[in-house]
Write a protein that binds this ligand. Structure first.
Ligand SMILES: Nc1nc2c(ncn2[C@@H]2O[C@H](COP(=O)(O)OP(=O)(O)OP(=O)(O)O)[C@@H](O)[C@H]2O)c(=O)[nH]1
Length: 480
């Protein structure tokens, strides 16, 4: 058996890079370990993997600060996240503590109670409402005898399910690998301990690492190589994005980014403002990839609107890092529309969570943030009293309903007043042979008057200085 292990290691040494297939195997093996099954990478079939995915879950949270309502809301959100990942939530427990237990997250008495709940409900997974250390996860698994997942792993799982573009998939995989890397240690140790005579080369007991660690090292090396490759890939995709973005900048079409808490209604608002058919789902993180649409102000000035990834409290830092290039769209825009769900019980918490993540991105940049326009959505779902409270809570915000259309026209006007305007007024007579210039004025500027004459198109328009330069030879008079 030991020979076999060494043979495997040789094979891995030759093939330094971890393929996606290998990673799936590694994850499957980790899940099998939790389920107390053999952890040989090659043993795990697709069907078993599916069976081992989160299904019947009990949630557990530690309430360290805030009110009882805060801790309830936090657990309710965890339940929504778990359901989004495809799990059935059976029960939720919260423990009041000054801080999580360093060994087992919740106190040992609570672990016993949780074990009873797991047995009584027949749950196969426990999800903790925080990011746990590898040691805490391992200890809890050993005592509860079911799979234990933390909030970070759950969010990563949801992102993995929703990523559809090549870039989104690479970003999520990068975040998952970064999460997995420090947690591989536990896996190696358990592998020696649990599999004993088989994977451990015939030596059971404490401190036995020999072949297990060798394998662990090769796994780590392969994961690091894969991380490096993904980083390179994501960086090169960023270049493409940069080119597209600078294309927009060169055209001087103002850009507006829509950011906001997950499920706040960003996609719906994008639809309402542009009448584009973007996926709208009553699920968290339905949008992972940015969508950009062109639209225009009521007075005809074109601008782009970009829908970005949803935010959530305690967005795993691995994800913020991985999605940095996507999130930077927010910081690069001329205007940021921050959408908040007005029907949420604590919209101010959503706003704070989004601002915290944006703050993380901005911290590492020199350019200032674009102005933020707070848009409170779903006002159709709340009564007058709540609307008054929302106006008080968020002075200067726009109250809208992407569903009923209430406030949307007013929002368009407010956006029109906030995006940068082309500065030059031009009156020109453009010959028909230069039709492309006229098309550019329509695309990038604001046409105030247009008339077709025998000599060409007579235009009065407000345009950016570049375009004014191109029109100069046909100008019949220009003003600033
Ligand atoms: N009542 C009401 N529901 C709305 C409104 N706008 C959106 N919703 C609902 O809220 C849910 C989420 O809408 P989306 O537009 O997908 O939200 P999102 O912010 O893009 O979501 P993520 O992609 O998960 O970040 C859907 O069920 C929508 O139908 C609104 O104005 N009123």
């Amino acid at each position: 058996m030991r020979d076999n292990d060494n043979h495997d290691d040789d094979r891995f040494d030759r093939d330094e890079e971890l393929s996606t297939g290998d990673l799936a195997l590694a994850e499957r093996a980790a899940l099998r370990r939790v389920a107390g099954l053999s952890t040989e990478l090659e043993d795990v079939t697709e069907v078993e993997y599916r069976q081992l995915r989160l299904e019947r879950v009990v949630l557990v949270g530690v309430w360290t600060e805030g009110t009882a309502a805060d801790s309830e809301a936090s657990l309710a959100e965890l339940a929504l996240l778990a359901e989004t990942a495809g799990s059935q939530v059976l029960e939720g427990l919260v423990q009041r503590r000054d801080r999580p237990d360093p060994a087992t997250y919740i106190g040992s008495g609570k672990v016993e109670q949780l074990r009873d709940v797991v047995i009584a409900t027949g749950a196969d997974t426990v999800i903790c409402d925080g990011e746990l250390s590898p040691g805490q996860l391992r200890q809890l698994e050993e005592r509860l005898k079911v799979k234990v997942i933390d909030r970070t792993a759950l969010i990563l799982d949801i992102f993995a399910q929703h990523a559809s573009s090549k870039e989104g998939k690479a970003q999520v995989e990068l975040a998952q690998l970064q999460y997995l890397l420090p947690r591989l240690r536990g896996w190696g140790e358990s592998l020696s301990r649990q599999a004993g005579g088989r994977a451990g080369g015939g030596n059971g007991g404490v401190g036995l690492r020999g072949p297990g660690e060798t394998k662990l090292e090769t796994d780590r090396r392969r994961i690091r190589a894969r991380i490096a490759k993904l980083r390179r890939e994501i960086a090169s995709m960023g270049v493409i994005r940069e080119t597209k973005r600078s294309g927009r900048v060169a055209n001087a079409v103002p850009s507006v980014a829509i950011a906001g808490y997950t499920n706040a209604g960003k996609s719906s608002l994008l639809n309402a403002l542009t009448s584009a058919g973007v996926l709208v789902q009553d699920a968290l993180f339905a949008t992972l990839d940015t969508t950009t649409r062109r639209t225009s102000t009521p007075d005809g000035l074109p601008y782009t609107l970009t829908d970005t990834v949803g935010f959530v409290r305690h967005l795993p830092h691995q994800l913020v890092e991985a999605f940095r290039s996507t999130l930077e769209e927010v910081a690069d825009a001329d205007l940021l529309i921050h959408v908040v769900d007005g029907s949420d019980s604590m919209p101010e918490k959503q706003v704070a969570a989004v601002r915290e993540v944006i703050g993380e991105i901005v911290e590492k940049r020199e350019e200032p943030m674009p102005p933020e326009l707070l848009v409170v959505n779903k006002v159709d779902a709340v009564d007058e009293l709540v609307q008054a409270r929302l106006r008080n809570l968020f002075p200067g915000s726009q109250l809208v309903s992407a569903h009923s259309g209430e406030g949307v026209e007013e929002l368009r006007r407010v956006i029109a007043g906030l995006i940068p305007r082309p500065e030059v007024m031009v009156d020109a007579l453009v010959p028909y042979a230069r039709g492309e210039l006229v098309a550019r004025v329509h695309r990038e500027g604001e046409v105030l008057k247009e008339r077709h004459t025998e000599e060409g198109t007579e235009l009065s328009a407000r345009v950016h200085p570049d375009l004014a330069g191109a029109l100069e030879q046909y100008a019949v008079g220009s003003r600033s």
